[in-house]
Design a protein around this ligand. Structure first.
Ligand code: CA
Length: 302
């Protein structure tokens, strides 16, 4: 069991409680100070709180709930923009500090269709996870209301939408075991800032993740209509979606109207399971529309 004490509030987390494990609590016994001049309260905002012991009793069959696991930390996180160093990965760093100075909360710039997303381990090869719920830790120091109307998705399934509640730092959104490779948060308009996102599933349902290799990494790459010769940036191992990372390619506009292309050379006979393209997320994201992906000996000029 873990416990924390903040301003006049004493909280006891039962095993797995932070992942949403529920216990059938039959009774709570509180031993007060015998020299007590304090007050016995679970939550007391204006007076001191002192407790000598708290015992929580459950029936035998309720004491061993099914183990749950948070699979988010093994994934990769993205967001539509970043402000003041609030990188997307902060929401899956395993740290649940809810104050900005803890360097563990994300922050986007204001905008429309703001999104934060985690791609779960193995998503590149189609691994899907049955997600029971998503647990979100909101900021507790400032601007807490920003979380209002945040939608929570597993793939393209909407688990639910957050309604901000004053004083509430944790939000549990049930997904009912819906299977998906990604979990995302979206806001139609505003700033997304969250300190931790936990993707919770039953331990016995953890999918098998096959061994796979990115065979494009560091291989010879080329593209048409390109004066900058930066085709290799798409196979440099850096998955940043920002052009300033110097890790995204671009080509000149085709004046002839016959389109353009990018290509990576693989060993002959390579069996390809899937192709993953990391798009720009800072601007011009719509350029990806209509892109065709080919595997095989498709000849292109240039
Ligand atoms: Ca965090």
């Amino acid at each position: 069991m873990t416990k924390s004490q903040t301003m006049n509030t004493w909280t006891l987390w039962l095993p797995g409680g932070r992942l949403g494990v529920m216990y059938g609590v039959k009774s709570v016994v509180i031993f007060n100070r015998k020299d007590c001049w304090g007050w016995i309260t679970v939550r007391q905002e204006k007076r001191a709180l002192t407790l000598c012991e708290v015992e929580v009793y459950v029936q035998e069959q309720d004491s061993t709930p099914e183990p749950l696991i948070n699979v988010a930390p093994a994934g990769r996180a993205y967001q539509t923009s970043t402000s003041l160093g609030g990188e997307a990965s902060r929401a899956i760093d395993g740290l649940t500090f809810t104050h900005w100075k803890g360097d563990s909360c994300t922050l986007t710039q204001p905008g429309n269709k703001t999104q934060w997303r985690v791609d779960l381990e193995g998503w590149e090869v189609g691994v899907k996870y049955p997600v029971e719920r998503v647990v979100m830790y909101n900021r507790a120091d400032s601007k807490q209301e920003r979380i209002n109307n945040t939608a929570v998705w597993v793939g393209d399934f909407l688990c639910g939408t957050i309604t901000y509640k004053e004083g509430e730092n944790m939000y549990f959104v049930e997904c009912g075991g819906r299977r998906g490779s990604t979990v995302s948060l979206t806001l139609d308009q505003g700033i997304l800032s969250v300190c931790e996102v936990q993707v919770v599933m039953k331990s016995r349902n953890i999918p098998r993740i096959p061994t796979y290799t990115n065979v494009a990494l560091g291989r010879e790459a080329s593209q048409g209509h390109n004066s900058a010769k930066n085709a290799g940036r798409a196979v440099d191992g850096n998955t940043s979606g920002k052009i300033r990372s110097n890790s995204c390619t671009w080509s000149e506009t085709s004046n002839s109207g016959d389109g353009t292309w990018w290509r990576v050379k693989l060993d002959q006979g390579t069996v390809v399971r899937s192709v993953v393209i990391v798009n720009r997320m800072d601007a011009f994201s719509q350029r990806i529309n209509g892109v065709q992906v080919w595997v095989g000996d498709v000849e292109r000029s240039g």
